[in-house]
Design a protein around this ligand. Structure first.
Ligand SMILES: [Zn+2]
Length: 63
């Protein structure tokens, strides 16, 4: 017998506001997370300015 079972128990995703280290562009809104960049002195992908280190508060999923 085929029992159709609806998945109702979706695991709850918990978000937490966390300060994340980023590179940000001083000339435009461009920024990237440091952990996704291996460059020591990255340049903005939009305007090619040198990016500066900063911190941004982001919602990250806590498992
Ligand atoms: Zn830029």
């Amino acid at each position: 017998m085929f029992i159709k079972r609806k998945q109702e128990e979706t695991p709850e995703k918990v978000y937490e506001l966390k300060a994340v280290e980023i590179w940000q562009c001083p000339e435009c809104i461009g920024w990237m997370q440091k952990e996704f960049s291996t460059a020591e002195n990255p340049v903005c992908p939009f305007c090619s300015s040198s990016m500066v280190a900063g911190v941004r508060e982001m919602n990250v999923i806590v498992e």
